[in-house]
Design a protein. Structure first.
Lengths: 356, 623
């Protein structure tokens, strides 16, 4: 077959294969449903990239397989092929054309990046805290309450201002298409504009230690009215002075409090730390071989000076050593705000007593 | 019995004993210092373990005899460049001892790389079995984290060993040199990798570590003890890269045959040069990242912990400034192997040889300018994201030059109707490196990167680039040069079986990984939500990994059993023009008994009467 015929064949095969692959990608390289405004220009870029991937893949594979099947040696032919050592114009072409293609994608990418990151009118701030291995969210503009789930109003841009308490974590909801690391020692920011009411999952996307796999939080996107109702409900949450010590203890243990539940279950489920179910006034075997009774002093000491008594089968240096300071600070705030005198450790002990 | 004696008195055995003794001495030294201060030393006290790791490296090297000649020079003694097996010992004992011949060292590198590959592969299969189904079936979170962390660094160690194998075995032969410029340094470069690997593996025994092979702060600062051994072992391995790349560059600069201008070298040498430039200059940066982390943990210095005024993102810059360019170290030799083999099998010149040669340098250069594309979500200065996006996209250009050259070489060529195994692996390499390559720009574009970063798409992308740019070409090279190294032919039917198992399995694995990543599967996680609808794909990925593992074992069996088959008669079964095929098996100790001169182009297939090299016949002595 002459060279011209071969080239025509290649062009036809590449065109067909490109379209075929692009179609195949809709099945094997599917994206999750798009649920944010940012996802729109991002998915357009995905689409364009998929076309480029399909075309480049088709181009090289068709050329290669065409050669494998058609540019073969006749039986018994031990002579060499044609002495084609190069073609400078062709080399220049396939250097310059890709240059413009990648530059084009770069410019497009820069435009989209600017669009999805720039401040938007009417945006709302939510503070995100990531710590091993739990998320918590604060709503400064709605009264300053904390939440263990990320609840957002549809159609509004949310400026997430994020802090990591210990190691690097990363915020990713696949349906929103954007991701941002949380870095200790600095605040990072991510803008998202949810467009679909629904339930999603936030899962940490940077290896953060033992329980990275399960560091997740619920994300709920509500209508404006429902969001209003939710914030009203959260802001009107009973003051600490209205709560019993047991209720306060349950709060302190939750994600909105100090996050004890990330490592200590209330129902016997094994975790990074011992379960709280049925521990009060039971015997505990310690790592140094001794046995103690889990009385009030033991529990208080376990929280405020964790490394001094490690339970057998568990590891030291995992539980934060900072609760004494954190409790003191929080106690001062709450006591001053509500003119009461709480003791957070005592509240937690009271809550633990209920877990029999 | 005699075999056992030879093994037990080998440099390897002595080195291992020396490593254990060195460790004990270093550990005890710290314990002694502490007892002089009235302090106890708890078991596995971290500073003692760290210091012990360093002294264990010295212990290995001293006991194995790697440093022997240099120590003699320090005290003014002369040494001879010993060649051949030690007195009275069989030829095979050379591979277990400190040998200065580049071919022996090349085999040592090659065999070790396969062993390490199998170990790393075993770790992968262990955690892939866990990932086949949602829920935790047999591994704890701890074990899982350590297994993927170890898998990453062990595979990288294997790749560097394999690159060392290709480069050290082939380059002197291809340029007409009797050996590398610095044979003792060459031996050192190999032997230092053994204690390094042992130290990394020991990390798994003393608590493991959960940071992945990237070891980001601040998690690295609070990870279990194993992380220190990972960091130190990784750092020590760097000395191998730096020394061997220095050796390669000096060798190629000073020891080329007469008439071998740079553009008349076999193309593999260009790949080796480009890889060596990177190794020589970038390795030091990751060394800083690793040792700074150890210093922060053990000595309390402040680099990365914000609590002490440090910056966690600094670690990432230091780390990736090396770790991006190193991926080009991994693939440039392999891509050069594709360029080397295609002309031989198509009986046509390598299309655009000069462009291909310069594209290796181009990739190496641009490769230094892209590292922060690993950090688009890191919280680094916002202004950096767009420039690194553009620089990253630029890498596609010299890479494209290679792909186009390959298909242009095949165009109108005379390929065999029944491609032999090396050629099959070349085709496989091209198809897989293509997947890896085309899934790069989507990662280099920041807005799409935000979805894909830290997902299984990344896992798919880098496995495709590694298998396509290194593993498949490495296997092609093993099959292709097997007759040169052993004088025998491997079994073609087993080679084909290996290929036809491995290629489809890899395709399934690669596409599967990208697919689950797009749908929300994160990397470095031990489990996933069944609601994501990715369980079936995970089962397929795990099965594919198992098939790949078995196919590699078929290759190992093939090479071992074929080594005992009948020697082949033809010293150049592939009819290559390359210099190493113009000499018979066994290759002499110093390669070319009669030196050759380059009088033509390396890839002038199809040009009548063209000659590449000609032996330099010594002038007859006068009467």
């Amino acid at each position: 077959m002459g060279r011209f015929r071969n080239i025509i064949n290649i062009i036809i095969l590449v065109a067909l294969t490109t379209v075929g692959l692009r179609w195949l990608f809709t099945i094997i390289l599917a994206l999750p449903v798009a649920a944010s405004a940012e996802a729109i220009p991002i998915d357009q870029l995905f689409d364009a990239h998929y076309w480029l991937i399909a075309f480049l893949f088709a181009l090289i594979m068709v050329l290669m397989l065409y050669a494998v099947f058609f540019f073969t040696r006749a039986d018994g032919d031990e002579t060499d092929g044609p002495h084609i050592h190069g073609h400078t114009k062709l080399e220049i072409t396939w250097t310059v054309v890709p240059f413009f293609v990648v530059m084009g994608f770069g410019i497009w990418g820069a435009v989209v990046l600017n669009e999805i990151t720039r401040p938007k009118e009417g945006e709302m701030t939510v503070h995100v805290t990531g710590k091993q291995w739990i998320w918590s969210f604060d709503y400064p503009e709605q009264g300053g309450f904390a939440s263990g789930e990320l609840v957002l109003p549809v159609g509004r841009t949310i400026a997430l201002k994020m802090n990591a308490a210990d190691v690097i974590h990363s915020f990713w909801v696949p349906e929103f298409r954007v991701k941002q690391d949380l870095v200790p020692g600095r605040e990072t920011m991510l803008r998202i504009t949810p467009t679909e009411i629904g339930n999603y999952k936030l899962r940490c996307a940077e290896i953060c230690g033992l329980n990275h796999t399960v560091m997740e939080a619920d994300v709920r996107v509500l209508s404006a009215d429902d969001f209003q109702a939710w914030t009203a409900e959260k802001s009107a949450a009973p003051a600490f002075s209205d709560m019993t010590p047991e209720e306060r203890g349950a709060f302190w243990a939750s994600a909105e409090g100090f996050g004890c539940v990330a490592c200590h279950s209330s129902d016997g489920t094994p975790g990074v730390g011992p379960t709280w179910q049925e521990i009060y006034m039971h015997d505990v075997a310690l790592a140094d071989g001794s046995t103690v009774s889990a009385d009030d002093d033991y529990i208080r000491n376990s929280i405020l000076d964790p490394n001094s008594q490690i339970v057998s089968g568990f590891n030291p240096n995992l539980m934060p050593q900072t609760y004494l300071d954190q409790f003191t600070t929080r106690q001062q705030e709450v006591n001053a705000a509500e003119a009461i005198d709480i003791d957070i450790a005592a509240d937690i002990i009271a809550y633990i007593k209920t877990l029999q | 019995m005699r075999t056992l004696k030879i093994l037990l008195t080998s440099a390897l055995a002595k080195g291992l004993v020396g490593q254990a003794v060195g460790w004990a001495l270093g550990y005890s030294f710290i314990a002694l210092l502490r007892s002089l201060q009235g302090l106890p030393t708890p078991w596995l006290y971290e500073p003692a373990v760290a210091f012990g790791a360093i002294t264990s490296l010295i212990g290995f090297l001293v006991a194995a005899g790697v440093l022997g000649d240099w120590l003699r020079w320090i005290v003014g003694k002369k040494t001879e460049l010993r060649h051949g097996a030690p007195e009275g010992k069989p030829e095979w004992s050379r591979y277990f001892n400190v040998d200065y011949n580049h071919k022996v060292i090349g085999i040592q590198y090659g065999v070790t790389s396969v062993l390490v590959l199998l170990v790393g592969g075993l770790f992968a299969i262990m955690f892939r079995i866990e990932l086949a189904q949602p829920g935790m079936q047999w591994l704890s979170n701890d074990d899982f984290n350590t297994l993927f962390s170890a898998h990453g660094i062990i595979m990288i160690a294997s790749i560097l060993l394999g690159v060392g194998s290709i480069v050290n075995y082939l380059v002197p032969l291809m340029i007409g040199a009797p050996d590398m410029a610095f044979p003792r340094l060459n031996a050192f470069s190999y032997w230092v990798t053994i204690p390094s690997a042992i130290i990394i593996l020991s990390g798994m025994a003393v608590g493991g570590w959960d940071t992945g092979w990237v070891g980001y702060a601040t998690l690295s600062l609070r990870a279990p003890l194993g992380v220190v051994l990972f960091l130190l072992g990784f750092w020590m391995n760097g000395f191998s890269s730096i020394a061997s790349s220095l050796n390669l560059l000096v060798t190629v600069t000073t020891m080329r045959a007469k008439g071998m201008t740079l553009f008349r070298m076999p193309i593999v040498v260009w790949g080796a040069i480009a890889a060596s430039i990177i190794q020589l200059t970038a390795t030091q940066t990751v060394g800083v990242a690793l040792t700074a982390t150890v210093a922060e943990r053990v000595l309390g210095l402040n680099f990365f912990d914000p609590a002490g005024g440090g910056n966690p993102i600094l670690y990432q810059h230091l780390f990736w400034f090396y770790s991006h360019p190193v991926v080009y170290v991994f693939v440039l030799p392999g891509l050069a192997i594709i360029s080397e083999l295609l002309p031989v099998f198509t009986r046509k010149p390598l299309f655009g040889y000069r462009w291909v040669a310069l594209s290796s340098l181009g990739i190496a250069l641009v490769g230094f300018l892209v590292w922060a594309h690993h950090m688009f979500t890191s919280g680094m200065a916002d202004v950096l994201r767009v420039p690194f996006m553009f620089s990253t996209m630029m890498v596609a250009i010299p890479t494209g030059v290679k792909f186009f050259s390959w298909v242009a070489t095949m165009w109108e060529g005379k390929l065999p109707k029944n491609p032999p195994t090396p050629l099959l692996f070349v085709f496989g390499a091209i198809s897989i490196f293509l997947i890896g390559g085309v899934t790069g720009p989507i990662l280099g574009t920041v807005p799409t990167n935000l979805h894909l970063h830290d997902s299984y798409w990344i896992v798919g992308h880098f496995h495709a680039t590694m298998f396509g740019g290194y593993i498949f070409p490495l296997f092609a090279a093993f099959y292709y040069w097997y007759p040169k190294v052993t004088g025998r032919m491997y079994k073609e039917s087993l080679g084909k079986l290996h290929f036809w198992l491995m290629l489809p399995a890899f395709w399934v694995m690669s596409i599967g990984q990208m697919s689950v990543g797009l749908l929300g599967m994160r990397r470095r996680v031990a489990d996933y939500d069944p609601a994501l609808g990715i369980t079936t794909t995970h089962i397929l990925i795990t099965l594919a990994a198992l098939v790949i593992g078995w196919s590699v074992l078929i290759m190992v069996y093939n090479f071992i059993s074929s080594a005992r088959s009948q020697p082949i008669a033809d010293p150049n079964p592939w009819r290559s023009r390359s210099p190493e095929w113009q000499i018979p098996y066994p290759v002499p100790e110093f390669n070319y008994a009669v030196p050759f001169e380059v009088v033509g182009e390396p890839y002038d297939y199809g040009l009548a009467d063209s000659v590449y090299t000609r032996s330099i016949v010594p002038a007859p002595s006068g009467d």
